[in-house]
Design a protein around this ligand. Structure first.
Ligand code: MSP
Length: 664
């Protein structure tokens, strides 16, 4: 093998042909694309493979129903699938189709090799077969008489077949998995394979079929076609030209760095595939990562269950980057996550429109307003700037660590912490106040330079997940030099040259009217009529025709996500005075964590004197947008209880003198 350290080979499963791929399918491909782009960004020579798994009885039957040839059916679906990936901005290096001669020829060679070396023998199969999953099951493996994976009915199958002696490799595989803890991730999936399948004993696998024709013919026994999983798994090496006249790619990229697969096909990838490779004398992929499912109404999103959401309407309305961000941010990669339109729209509003979008537009607008659109050179930094700079410089290593663990959500979480820091920095330094006094010009220059540089760092860091957004940010910042867009350029702070001319553009992510969009999107859930009513009750996000009572109930409630957006912290009142010309307002100076001082204006002067206030530990809504009252900017709000007559009592925290504790 010539595989050097700086290559990275990543694959998705090859998809069964389906004219209507849903966002569950796009999940894995977006993850692979994000990872591939990240590895490229960090200097790797990357090869990213995806494709289609086009053989099997299911396709043969479907084509017959439609009155077309199986080849015509899969050709049409391949065109639709590639255009879906284009819409999602997926940049693969190869799209393998198992009906391509380059693949079929090598599968035949592989099958013959197994036969000639005694791994495969001919016998008779009798058992149950799940056609949708293309999987054989023994009667004891069935669940309530149905397929244990998808729950659908199985069919009895009895036919002459070739069998692979899986049992011969069982002990070797147990040993391999136990001595390579990174091989199957997350680790819980390794335990499942060891305890449920390998240790109880592997049965020999039926690897050919005679009852249908749509498959790779066994070239030494023409009644047989190769079992679809032997055919499909081989794609990871046939695409690289393994055992062909040109195997340069295979020599360069094999073994794969990671196969990303959904959790229900981990078994095929961590048992059959390693055994096939070992029998061929080839090294195993470094890792198989079994990700979770996108659920809809707590059930796996799947076309056969009729509870799917399609990507096209979402991409058309909010752009591929917004959907990609949501898919990568919302749930940890190994776990299942429930999808609702409402959660997606809420996240788009809070993270993209509010946090990121506002940061970029405020930064650019202030540079335009105060410095005629020219990014100023910074003056002397203070502690605030030192902290921001340290945050920026720590970011690449944190992102790299999480990305290498395929923890997309945590990597994005780190980037968004910096977005939050920048927004807080604006609130604390108040450039709009600095802009009023000429003597504050040097300070204003520093603040706006630091913000512009942070925005550049953020644009670079989001590029793998949101490939179309950085270009839009760079255009607004006036950054044209490709050297300013690289991973290398954010390893240390301050590479953005002063003097660039910013240019305000359209809002990156316009704010979404959630209720309106929910109504518009509710046509996107392709629910079966019988399930529709039950599902609608469960899922407010998809509910178009709400019953009046439900409507009332819903407007009374806020979502948990909305609640989580309110940041409540303890704050110690260190000074307090009356606001001039007001008999209602007190101006409190409060301290959160050491040194984090805020000014807050509260309408409690009738009930508390300034002296009463000093020394109290109160509860502050920390992330309320600043608001000016009687000429004083209030940075938050103190919580009070109000009795039936409107008398206010402060909410205080006993036994806690410190500020800055989060309340949850
Ligand atoms: N053809 C096989 C894979 C062969 S790989 C050598 C197959 N195809 S599939 O089209 O049914 O599924 C492809 C991938 O999509 C699987 O990894 C599967 O887990 C994933 N998903 C399908 N529905 C999904 C969700 N609802 N959520 C997340 N991923 C899901 O299996």
């Amino acid at each position: 093998m010539e595989n050097s350290e700086k290559t990275f080979y990543i694959t998705t499963p090859i998809y069964y042909p389906s004219g209507n791929m849903h966002i569950g399918h796009t999940y894995c491909t977006v993850a692979a694309d994000t990872m591939a782009r990240f590895k490229k960004q960090t200097g790797y020579d990357v090869y990213f493979l995806t494709g289609m798994d086009e053989h099997g009885q299911k396709i043969e039957r479907k084509a017959a129903e439609m009155g077309v040839t199986p080849q015509k059916l899969v050709d049409d679906i391949a065109v639709a699938t590639e255009s879906l990936w284009k819409m999602m901005n997926i940049e693969y290096d190869d799209f393998i189709r198992t009906t391509q001669p380059r693949h079929e020829k090598i599968v035949q060679k592989i099958f013959r090799k197994f036969y000639e070396q005694g791994d495969i023998y001919k016998s008779e199969y009798e058992g149950m077969y799940c056609t949708p999953c293309e999987a054989f099951w023994t009667p004891t493996q069935l669940k309530d008489g149905n397929c244990p994976d998808c729950g659908r009915p199985v069919e009895p199958a009895r036919e002459e077949s070739y069998f692979f002696r899986m049992s011969k490799y069982q002990d070797w595989l147990i040993d391999y998995i136990e001595s390579h803890p990174d091989f199957i991730q997350p680790p819980s999936r390794a335990n499942e394979m060891l305890n449920n399948f390998l240790k109880p004993g592997l049965q020999d696998l039926c690897v050919s079929r005679t009852s249908f024709k749509w498959g790779v013919p066994v070239d030494f026994d023409e009644n047989h076609v190769v079992y679809v999983w032997i055919d499909a798994l081989s794609n990871y090496i046939t695409a690289l030209g393994y055992d062909s006249d040109d195997d340069a790619l295979f020599r360069r990229y094999w073994p794969a760095d990671v196969h990303l697969v959904g959790k229900e096909i981990v078994r095929f990838h961590t048992i059959y595939w390693p055994i096939m490779l070992h029998a061929l004398g080839l090294p195993l992929p470094k890792q198989i990562f079994g990700h979770g499912w996108l659920l809809f109404g707590n059930d796996k999103m799947s076309k056969s269950k009729g509870n799917v959401v399609y990507p096209a309407p979402i991409v058309e309305r909010y752009g591929a980057d917004a959907l990609r961000y949501y898919l990568m941010r919302e749930m940890p990669f190994g776990s299942d996550g429930n999808y609702t339109n409402e959660a997606m729209l809420t996240r788009m509003n809070s993270d993209l429109a509010n946090d990121l979008g506002n940061l970029v537009s405020r930064t650019v607008a202030m540079i335009e307003k105060y410095f005629d659109g020219v990014i100023p050179a910074p003056d002397a930094p203070t502690g605030f700037e030192d902290e921001l700079k340290a945050r920026c410089e720590a970011l690449p290593a944190l992102v790299e660590k999480y990305m290498n663990e395929l923890q997309f959500s945590l990597a994005l979480g780190e980037i968004w912490k910096l977005v939050g820091d920048c927004n807080r920095y604006i609130d604390l330094t108040r450039p709009w106040i600095l802009g009023k006094s000429p003597e504050e010009q040097p300070r204003l220059k520093t603040v706006l330079y630091y913000l512009a540089e942070c925005v550049r760092v953020i644009a670079v860091a989001i590029a793998p997940t949101m490939p179309a957004t950085p270009g839009r940010i760079f255009r607004q910042l006036g950054v044209e030099d490709p050297a300013m867009m690289t991973w290398q350029s954010i390893q240390s702070f301050g590479h953005l040259p002063a003097g660039l001319k910013v240019q305000k553009g359209e809002a990156l992510f316009p704010r979404i009217d959630v209720q309106k969009e929910l109504a518009a999107l509710s046509g996107g859930a392709d629910e079966k009529p019988a399930e529709k009513t039950a599902q609608k009750k469960k899922d407010v996000g998809m509910n178009k025709e709400k019953a009046p009572r439900a409507d009332k109930e819903e407007s009374r409630h806020i979502s948990y996500d909305d609640f989580c957006k309110v940041k409540l912290v303890t704050a110690r009142v260190i000074a307090c005075e009356r606001v001039e010309n007001s008999d209602k307002l007190l101006k409190e100076t409060v301290e959160l964590k050491k040194g984090d001082i805020r000014t807050v204006v509260s309408g409690i002067a009738k009930y508390y004197s300034p002296e009463d206030m000093v020394g109290k530990t109160v509860v502050l809504v920390e992330n309320l947008a600043p608001r000016k009252m009687r000429g004083v900017v209030s940075e938050g709000m103190l919580l009070c209880a109000s009795d039936p007559d409107g008398k206010l009592s402060l909410v205080t925290v006993e036994d806690l003198a410190d500020g800055g504790w989060e309340i949850s």
